[in-house]
Write a protein that binds this ligand. Structure first.
Ligand code: F6P
Length: 551
């Protein structure tokens, strides 16, 4: 395993240095020429596995680039690191934890060990418990305190305890039980809770409090507000047991909140928050789509896990995807990657990926604690097509920044309506084509454009993209797609030799907020000891709470 000790530093690896020498030879090559010189490029530079077709031919690479990137993967110890993850080793070194989200989707009977214990039976016991509860809610057997059927399910959580459930609910809405309403409250801004509940009847509403730690300020604040909201309507403390369940690793805190631990769905410290949507954090997803569909989603994840674990790197989709991202990040100096799903149901997928990718790989030191001398995680962002085309694509096509793009599409529409799907796909294919090949000034002028206008209408092209195609958006397909990104993030983190599984960068702001809370009380005369800007902002806020304010 590359812990920054046994393997030479990344930039001293032979493959890294060869890539540095190779980069100037590729930098100015145009995709127009690469395709013109090699009619078989698209055939060679595609890979297909577990039902995902990955076209990476529109990338600014040659066969030699690919060879060197694959060599980099080998030299950096990626193989050993993959094996260490699947063996349940504590590869999250700063938190001394195993990283075993792959065990969450391991089939019954397979074993995966953490500290000498097989965790797969525990995983399936929780899945069974989730299935039992989901069935009761879906069938109407689980009643609220006054005997009314539960019609509304509200997940309260944030970060990994929210983004996965929201994304999966939106992505799999087609399969959801339509007489149930699902809402997701994450923000500590009271508006989030107020708007989520304003038209709901407390008697028919179930809250799922999702928090790995059961200590997160936002989630606990919203959970207490939810309890007040329930008690205000239902007027009896016993109502809490019928209207609240919890998903957590912290049984003591769940019990303290007043939730019966019989209604707690457990997960474990070897599941990172941003990797937890297929643990019990997915309870809202299971209630929405049913346990069979949920298990099909896990099977999709597992198929990609097995592919990642066993496929040779040159045919390994997450490895190829991770290496291509690294090529632009570390050699071209690209700062961002745009994720562009041509699928409305994936509208929250870019937001979900932001936590997965940036909380994982936004790190500045290696596993050994030394400052990196290369770039780590890029910024991920995006919107579903075709909406983005009428907003930010202009900059991708003609701006001064290099933004590699991931186009994602499903061949079979879930809602076939007239020619919509053909038009959607023609747009996706056209965008990737336009980005890669552009339009020369000669072509523009040949169309009769006056010379003064030609520069504005010229497209330089040579903008790289991947196209990722799947057959149909099913729960299984979604699992495969998410696992593709998870393992591509792993690939990059392993090569950069960083801890992709901790998130210390979120701590300072949390601690400072806790310190500032009492300082916002209007009456108190606070001795503020922040910088002059923060002091002035706090004072201004305090004045706004005074009764005389605004009169
Ligand atoms: O923002 C940091 C973080 O710890 C995330 O990693 C996590 O997903 C989120 O907060 C929520 O944490 P919890 O599930 O413990 O409430």
């Amino acid at each position: 395993m590359n812990m920054g000790t046994s393997t030479p530093p990344l930039t001293k690896l032979a493959a890294w240095q060869a890539l540095e020498a190779h980069y100037p030879k590729v930098r100015d090559l145009h995709l127009r020429k690469l395709f013109a010189d090699d009619t078989k490029r698209a055939e060679r530079m595609t890979a297909e596995a577990v039902g995902i077709y990955f076209d990476y031919s529109k990338h600014r690479i040659t066969d030699e680039t690919l060879r060197l990137l694959l060599q980099l993967a080998e030299e950096s110890g990626l193989r050993a690191r993959i094996d260490a993850m699947f063996r349940g080793e504590k590869i999250n070194v700063t938190e001394k934890r195993a990283v075993l989200h792959v065990a969450l989707r391991a089939p019954n009977g397979q074993s995966m060990m953490v500290d000498g214990e097989d965790v797969v039976p525990q995983v399936h016991a929780v899945l069974d418990k989730m299935a039992g509860f989901s069935n009761r809610v879906r069938s109407g057997e689980w009643k609220g305190h006054t005997g009314k059927r539960i019609c509304n399910v509200i997940n309260i959580g944030i970060g990994g305890s929210d983004l996965g459930p929201v994304m999966a609910y939106e992505a799999l809405r087609y399969y959801s039980q339509r007489d149930l309403t699902f809402r997701f409250v994450s923000n500590i801004d009271g508006t989030d809770f107020a708007e989520a509940t304003r038209d709901l009847d407390a008697e028919e509403t179930l809250f799922i409090i999702s928090s790995k730690t059961f200590a997160t300020l936002e989630t606990m604040t919203n959970a207490h507000t939810a309890r007040d909201w329930i008690l205000k309507s239902l007027k009896h403390p016993a109502a809490v047991a019928r209207h609240f369940v919890a998903v957590s690793t912290n049984a003591a805190a769940v019990a303290m909140f007043g939730i019966d631990t019989a209604n707690m769905f457990e997960f474990w410290d070897w599941v990172g928050g941003r990797y937890s949507m297929d643990a019990a954090i997915g309870l809202s997803t299971m209630i929405a789509i049913g346990s069979e569909h949920f298990l099909a989603m896990l099977d999709g994840f597992h198929q990609m896990d097995e592919h990642f674990r066993t496929a040779p790197f040159e045919r390994n989709l997450p490895v190829l995807m991770g290496l291509l991202g690294l090529w632009y990040n570390n050699f071209f100096g690209a700062q961002t990657i745009a994720v562009l799903p041509y699928e409305q149901y994936l509208k929250r997928f870019p937001a979900y990926l932001q936590q997965l990718t940036m909380e994982s790989n936004g790190k500045h030191v290696t596993l050994a604690g030394t400052e990196v001398d290369y770039q780590t995680g890029p910024i991920y962002w995006g919107e579903p097509g075709t909406n983005g085309q009428h907003s930010f694509y202009q900059l991708i096509h003609q701006g001064t920044k290099l933004i590699p793009c991931d186009f994602i599409g499903f061949l079979q529409p879930l809602n076939p309506l007239g020619r919509h799907h053909d038009l959607l796909f023609s747009n996706m294919f056209a965008q990737a084509e336009a980005l890669a090949f552009g339009k020369t000034s000669q072509e523009v002028q040949a169309e009769g454009t006056p010379a003064w206008l030609a520069p504005h209408r010229t497209f330089e092209g040579n903008r790289p993209s991947s196209t990722i195609l799947l057959e149909r958006l099913t729960p299984e397909a979604l699992g495969k797609l998410i696992a593709l990104y998870e393992h591509s993030v792993f690939t990059q983190g392993a090569i950069w030799s960083i801890d992709s599984f901790d998130q210390w960068g979120v701590e300072l702001g949390k601690a400072l907020a806790v310190r500032i809370i009492p300082e916002l009380e209007p009456a108190a005369e606070h001795q503020l000891t922040h910088d002059s800007s923060t002091n002035a902002l706090i004072r201004r806020y305090g004045r706004a709470k005074e009764p005389s304010h605004g009169r």
